[in-house]
Design a protein around this ligand. Sequence first.
Ligand code: DGL
Length: 268
Amino acid sequence: MSEIAAIGVFDSGVGGLSILKEIRQLLPGEDLTYLADSAYCPYGTKPVSEIRARILKVAAFLSGLGVKAIVVACNTASIAGLDQVREAYPLIPVIGVEPALKPAHGLTRNGKIGVLATSLTLKGDRFSVLVEQFGADVEVYTKPAPGLVELVEAGKLDTPETETLLHQYLDPLLEKQIDTLVLGCTHYPFLIPMIRNICGPKVTILDTGLAVAKQTVRVLEQNRILNPRPRVGEETFYTSGDPEVVNEVVAKLWSKKSVKVLKAQIEA
Ligand code: DGL
């Protein structure tokens, strides 16, 4: 695997940019190739078998570009098929993401943890294992949150519509008096200002972006494929959807005036 190749990162849409940002902070010299699988978004309301098959195609696309590692920047995709991607690409290190129940278990003071994620993530075997491991001596309250992904995809981070939906999902968790909230979907960190407003200052909000970025650094080090050249890395963005539409929201979330999103041809 070439050490000067790019790191491939993908999500169902633009949510994985919350992880890409952290990777960029820790690895300023690496080239990063990001794929938003917008044509298939959202993943979280579809059957596991469908998402598993889809992400193998997405991984094939990234592998075809010659990436040196793949970051599955999506809880839903990781829960549905991380092992299958690893099996299909044994020579490419694959890094996944899972809801931060372990750190939540360490941080909660009153033993009441809320988890906001997609339906597929909360139904997944991997999530049940996490609850068995870190939920035995605390209360874990889960809430599937359909609709939030679509709002982030539309760049609606602070609209009344977003606030109403967030209240619908967060109010029942707050009634349970959670003191720790796990954001189990990579789209949700873009809603943190509004989530913070609703939850107030006493609730600890956890997302996994930094942890995944640190794990990516560790994995590149272990495989001796960190880019050794002193340089400023570049980002290349792809979407399986309409680049015109995705351009705008990527620019907003990536905090750039404009970005160029390329069309990814991935068979349906
Ligand atoms: N960002 C994905 C995740 O972390 C969103 C899944 C979806 O497309 O529903 O779960």
